[in-house]
Write a protein that binds this ligand. Structure first.
Ligand code: RP5
Length: 191
């Protein structure tokens, strides 16, 4: 019997992992800002928030920054966290090129203790808001982003409530302990 010639089976494509849409874009002016952003990234991970991290500089790569900012909303991001130090124009410039909420993290660079970065980010002109956290406080930037996302996500909102409650419980435990031990013994117990 003549064996029928069957068309060669095409190799089936290797299924790729489903891409998760990042909701938060974390951007920094230089990789030297990464250590400042680490705490915030850990918070986003703790809350299972999809996010991505990239480097783009307002001064060294202005076109890259503009391309990112202009397309951020259409790419599906909901919040942008941007960190920069020194003449920290990145968060404000991104804010001027997108309507998404931008949270600026002032980075304490090598001089001026981060006050330069803070003023550069917080002193935006009327009409273009750039939400700003304290110097180096990427934790609050991440929590701010979570608050924004939680407006549309009841599960996230419940998890954030729990986080707040845990913080409050920790303070209660400490308050009880300092009252019973006295401040001096409490201090010794901290060592
Ligand atoms: C800013 O200049 C960056 O955000 C960084 O905080 C600072 C210093 O950058 P490097 O000289 O460390 O690359 O644009």
């Amino acid at each position: 019997m003549r064996s029928e010639r069957l068309p060669k089976a095409k190799p089936s494509p290797i299924p790729s992992a489903p891409q998760i849409q990042p909701l938060v874009a974390v951007r920094m002016g230089s990789d030297s800002d990464l250590k400042t952003l680490e705490a915030g990234c850990l918070i986003l991970e703790k809350f299972n928030i999809p996010f991505d991290v990239d480097i783009t500089s307002a001064h060294r790569t202005p076109h890259r920054m503009t391309q990112f900012a202009e397309s951020a909303a259409s790419k599906g991001y909901k919040v942008i966290i941007a960190a920069a130090g020194g003449a920290a124009h990145l968060p404000g410039m991104i804010a001027s090129e997108t309507k998404l909420p931008v949270i600026g993290v002032p980075v304490k660079a090598s001089v001026l203790d981060g006050v330069d970065s803070l003023y550069s980010i917080v002193q935006m002109p009327r009409g273009i808001p750039c939400l700003t956290v304290g110097v180096g406080n990427s934790t609050n930037a991440a929590l701010g982003a979570i608050r924004i996302l939680a407006l549309q996500d009841s599960d996230l909102s419940a998890r954030y409530e729990k986080y707040i409650q845990t913080m409050a419980d920790e303070v209660e435990v400490k308050a009880e302990k300092i009252m019973s031990l006295g401040w001096e013994n409490y201090k010794k117990s901290m060592a």
